[in-house]
Design a protein around this ligand. Structure first.
Ligand SMILES: *[C@@H]1O[C@H](CO)[C@@H](O)[C@H](O)[C@H]1NC(C)=O
Ligand SMILES: *[C@@H]1O[C@H](CO)[C@@H](O)[C@H](O)[C@H]1NC(C)=O
Ligand SMILES: *[C@@H]1O[C@H](CO)[C@@H](O)[C@H](O)[C@H]1NC(C)=O
Ligand SMILES: *[C@@H]1O[C@H](CO)[C@@H](O)[C@H](O)[C@H]1NC(C)=O
Ligand SMILES: *[C@@H]1O[C@H](CO)[C@@H](O)[C@H](O)[C@H]1NC(C)=O
Ligand SMILES: *[C@@H]1O[C@H](CO)[C@@H](O)[C@H](O)[C@H]1NC(C)=O
Length: 378
């Protein structure tokens, strides 16, 4: 299954040829580890207090906060500047016009979802550590991560520890946390990072990955969060990395890949259903991301898109050779492409996917995104 999602930090997989550029990705991710991951919790708390983030005390209902966890589909720029491709041209060429660490030509899922929720985009945690400003919440997601070792990026459970450090520092009231929305995107890196030789090895992961997502959600619940929006897996069969061999002509037809996708989404759905039934006052919205991506790819004109499987940025997107020549080509009309690079949708692609969450059939446990928000306690 060498065709599954490979995120930026793919250096850790033995299948990938290590170029000096890719080596740098790995080093930078390890640096991020040292920067945040191994920092003592108390030290983070002290840092947050020094930044002047004063514990909230207000009793009036404030706008809801948005906390985000997961991978590159959600990352707002948490990897260190200059490190991964997302910090190099042509990433960010549409918005804001330069690379800012988002794996897209513009916005990623977090930004478009926040817009749909009429909330500001949450501040990346890396920026929070440098700057007291928290506009509407915190984005803890890191490109390359999952819930297992996945590429060595700080996994969901470490991102939860960062969140816990802020909660324990008293930066949010219990009411803030109760009312906050949590968005979780853990959509394939654990499978992409799988090293085993046997195809059967993917199937235990379809239990393990949902189990670990479940445990992390329960930890967030115990810290006071109640409202969870969780994505199903990416359309792994249709990613440009999977369709390149067919010249981006059709999604991969592979029974094993399909079975892994179905098993993951099924087991995750069961666990989310149990959470929403059994944890008092909790509410979960299960985003049918796989279905949404497939739907958009099959109905491009409906979303003003003309290019489905062929990404806008083809080649080693974001990389140049020793003489500075790009190792990629970029399309002229990213707003017409669903995919940006080998793995990630364009901003236009994300707009189409999130648009579907407003319709019936693309969410579970509530009829649509807005029906779910309306069902939440004020
Ligand atoms: C399905 O994908 C797996 C993993 O990439 C591969 O080993 C297997 O040969 C594929 N099966 C078919 C029928 O193409
Ligand atoms: C820090 O926060 C201020 C607003 O509080 C903002 O104007 C500024 O751009 C931020 N700096 C960085 C590096 O994000
Ligand atoms: C895959 O192999 C690499 C190198 O041997 C190792 O660092 C990594 O932890 C392995 N990943 C998994 C998910 O086992
Ligand atoms: C469902 O959730 C309850 C309450 O947290 C837990 O005791 C039970 O083990 C869960 N059941 C399954 C099948 O995970
Ligand atoms: C659930 O909500 C009710 C009403 O606001 C509150 O009294 C109760 O403490 C909450 N329980 C939990 C576990 O959040
Ligand atoms: C598609 O483009 C047309 C014409 O520019 C516009 O009126 C319409 O709102 C667009 N639809 C979507 C879904 O963006």
């Amino acid at each position: 299954m060498s065709t599954l999602v490979r995120d930026e930090a793919e250096t850790c997989t033995r299948r990938v040829r290590l170029t000096p550029y890719k080596m740098m990705d790995k080093v930078m991710i390890i640096e991020l580890h040292n920067y945040i991951f191994t920092v003592h919790l108390a030290a983070i708390s002290v840092q947050l207090v020094l930044l002047g983030l004063i514990p909230a005390t207000t009793a009036n209902p404030e706008p809801r906060l948005l906390f985000v966890f997961g991978d590159s589909y959600a990352d707002g720029g948490n990897l260190p500047p200059g490190s991964v491709s997302a910090w190099h041209a042509p990433y960010g060429m549409f918005r804001p016009g330069k690379p800012v660490g988002r794996f897209s030509d513009g916005f990623v899922a977090t930004n478009i979802l926040a817009e749909a929720l009429q909330m500001p985009s949450p501040t990346p945690f890396r920026v929070v550590l440098q700057n007291a400003s928290i506009s509407g919440g915190v984005n803890f997601a890191v490109g390359g991560s999952g819930v297992t070792h996945a590429f060595g990026a700080p996994p969901f459970q470490i991102q939860v520890v960062w969140f816990a450090s802020m909660v324990l520092a008293g930066l949010f009231t219990p009411e803030d946390l109760n009312r906050a929305l949590v968005f979780v995107s853990v959509v394939g890196n654990d499978y992409a990072a799988y090293n085993g030789s046997s195809l059967e090895g993917y199937f235990p992961l379809t239990h393990e990955v949902p189990l670990l997502i479940d445990l992390n959600l329960r930890t967030l619940y115990s810290l006071g969060a109640r409202n969870f929006i969780v994505s199903s897996i990416s359309a792994l069969d249709c990613l440009p990395t999977a369709t390149a061999s067919s010249g981006f002509m059709e999604c991969e037809k592979n029974a094993t890949v399909d079975a892994v996708i179905a098993a993951h989404n099924h087991h995750l759905g069961n666990r989310l259903e149990n959470i929403t039934r059994n944890l008092e006052n909790s509410s979960v919205l299960y985003l049918q991301q796989t279905r949404s991506m497939h739907y958009v790819l099959n109905h491009l004109p409906e979303f003003n898109l003309t290019e489905g499987l062929k990404p806008c940025c083809v080649g080693v997107c974001g990389s140049v050779d020793v003489t500075g020549n790009p190792l990629y080509t970029v399309c002229e009309n990213p707003e017409r492409h669903f995919f940006w690079d080998g793995i990630h949708p364009t901003e236009a692609g994300w707009r189409a996917v999130v648009e579907l969450y407003k319709r019936p059939r693309f969410t579970r446990f509530a009829r649509s995104l807005s029906a779910w928000v309306d069902s939440l306690r004020p």
